[in-house]
Design a protein around this ligand. Structure first.
Ligand code: NAI
Ligand code: MG
Length: 489
């Protein structure tokens, strides 16, 4: 068994005070593979104290010096991509070919935010010649980063890079199901030469360690990715301290294919995005909306292509799809397969758990496709977070837009058409934080990412993510020094 049995607090590796050691499960076997330290509320207290102490120095470190440390870290991260990607795959079962591609892109994100560290400028605001008005920006303070199990390192990168560049310090609490890669990340942080306490990593349960971080008066902002219900709990628990929040809460992205599209390309994207990350991605194109005149052809071809998805042990680079990341998600995915059938959708591929042979007792699910899904069915409304695609026919732009916008979510959307007017018209009517036209899942460090409606608050990536880590101070300086006596007459 691998051992990751210490928490990273204040630059030191400490045994949990009121947490403990747990076994992390390899979802491809259902068996423990690592012993991991989990923190409790006292460990969170210690981490927040360390981050607060470090904040005074880090905020005053000149931006170009913070940038230099972040760049050194980005290069160390690059040297460790293979190690980090394989630990992530061991812990959450994501196919190694995907983990390598994902983790391999993170150094560029770190570099991009490093380049912003000395550019937190303010504005001068013209008024009249009696005043000089300008703004300056102050980093918020300690950021509590709470990350999910589907993409632990990506989420940590998206949260930590802008926070650290802005001059904030961080307590990272990864999900209890997948703590290992974040502790491995802490080993790289240690080598990069960040001052002690600038980054602290404390895995722990949401209800104990997570809740303690949220309620802590010393934390200025919670940056959370996960489920909407959890975000509501976090808002309630954080209300007393009036801290800042940003939320990335998943979606039910529509992938809209018009009859005038290049259907081959659309199918490449639609099948790829329905089964990426074993279906456990917020940007998943889980609803495939197809114009009626090409609907039967797309259903047939979509189903045929699903037969080519290789499911199996995730460390084998030949495999496209591994297991679900943990037992509860396996159960959730399988329960939605039942819901789809009960509500009358037509199951055209998959639908079963895969066991025995190379699957053993791992949490594998066959890639699953439902056709003839009605927009109001639960499998078209609720986030399943498994490899389950819902194919929905539509007629014309208005109906496509109505179906696309007809869920509480609004994170991402795909649109396939060769009509340039339609591309502009329809894309601007879609309620989503990112709309991809004739492409899909184009997500980069520089492109803001986040949700409309119930998909979240705020944006990750881009200048927007950096900007969310500051308070703005407006300073007004009188050029005359005169202030009239209000009681003179
Ligand atoms: P979750 O929202 O419970 O967990 C995400 C993170 O929040 C974890 O680090 C967890 O420890 C923490 N957390 C849980 N309760 C907390 C609390 N009271 N205070 C502070 N932190 C807390 O998500 P869960 O239950 O693991 O997954 C359920 C569903 O949520 C999935 O099936 C999927 O639909 C959705 N989800 C969406 C994600 C996304 O990328 N937007 C990621 C993970 C889950
Ligand atoms: Mg939960």
């Amino acid at each position: 068994m691998e051992r990751f049995d210490r928490l990273f607090i204040g630059g030191e590796w400490l045994a949990p005070v009121d947490g403990g050691l747990v076994e992390s499960i390899d979802p491809s076997t259902g068996k423990p593979w690592a012993v991991v330290a989990m923190g409790g509320p006292k460990d969170i207290d210690a981490a927040v104290a360390a981050a607060r102490e470090a904040f005074e120095g880090w905020r005053r470190t000149p931006g170009h010096e913070r940038a230099a440390i972040l760049r050194r870290f980005a290069e160390l991260y690059r040297d460790n991509v293979e190690m980090l990607a394989s630990l992530e795959t061991r812990d959450n079962g994501r196919a190694i070919r995907e983990s390598r591609m994902d983790v391999g892109g993170h150094p560029q994100t770190w570099h991009w935010f490093a380049s912003l560290a000395d550019k937190a400028s303010g504005r001068t605001i013209p008024f009249d010649d009696t005043v000089h008005v300008f703004t300056t920006r102050e980093p918020l303070g300690v950021v509590g980063a709470i990350t999910p199990w589907n993409v632990p390192l990506m989420s940590a990168t998206w949260k930590l890079a802008p926070a650290l560049a802005a001059g904030c310090t961080v307590v990272l609490k990864p999900a209890e199901q997948t703590p290992v890669s974040s502790l491995a990340l802490a080993r790289v942080i240690e080598q990069a030469g960040f001052p002690p306490g600038v980054v602290n990593v404390v895995p722990g349960d949401g209800a104990t360690a997570g809740a303690a971080l949220v309620a802590h008066p010393g934390v200025a902002k919670i940056s959370f990715t996960g489920e909407g219900e959890t975000a509501k709990t976090i808002l309630r628990n954080g209300a007393d301290t009036l801290k800042r929040f940003s939320f990335e809460l998943g979606g039910k992205a529509p992938h809209i294919i018009f009859a005038d599209a290049d259907v081959e390309q659309a199918l490449n994207a639609a099948t790829g995005s329905a089964f990426a990350l074993c279906g456990q991605s917020c940007a998943l194109g889980s609803r495939v909306l197809v114009e009626r005149s090409i609907y039967e052809r797309v259903v047939e071809e979509f189903t045929r292509r699903v037969g080519r998805v290789r499911v199996g042990p995730p460390l084998d680079p030949a495999n496209h799809m591994g297991p679900q990341a943990h037992a509860a998600q396996l159960e959730k995915t399988m329960s939605y397969v039942g819901v789809g059938q009960d509500q009358g959708a037509r199951l055209v591929a998959g639908g079963q758990r895969l066991q025995g042979s190379c699957f053993g007792d791992g949490y594998y699910v066959a890639p699953t496709v439902f056709a003839d899904v009605a927009p109001e069915m639960r499998i078209a409304q609720e986030e399943i977070f498994g490899p389950v695609a819902a194919l929905i026919p539509f007629t014309g732009e208005d109906e496509a837009v109505a179906i696309a916008n007809g869920t509480p979510y609004g994170l991402a959307a795909g649109l396939w058409t060769q009509d340039v007017g339609r591309a502009h018209r329809v894309s601007q009517r879609i309620e989503a934080g990112i709309v991809w036209v004739n492409t899909y899942r184009f997500i980069r460090w520089s492109t803001p990412y986040g949700g409309f409606k119930s998909s979240g608050w705020g944006r990750e990536n881009g200048l927007e993510a950096f900007d969310e880590h500051f308070e703005t101070r407006t300073t007004v300086i009188s050029t005359t020094g005169r202030f009239a006596d209000p009681f003179a007459s």
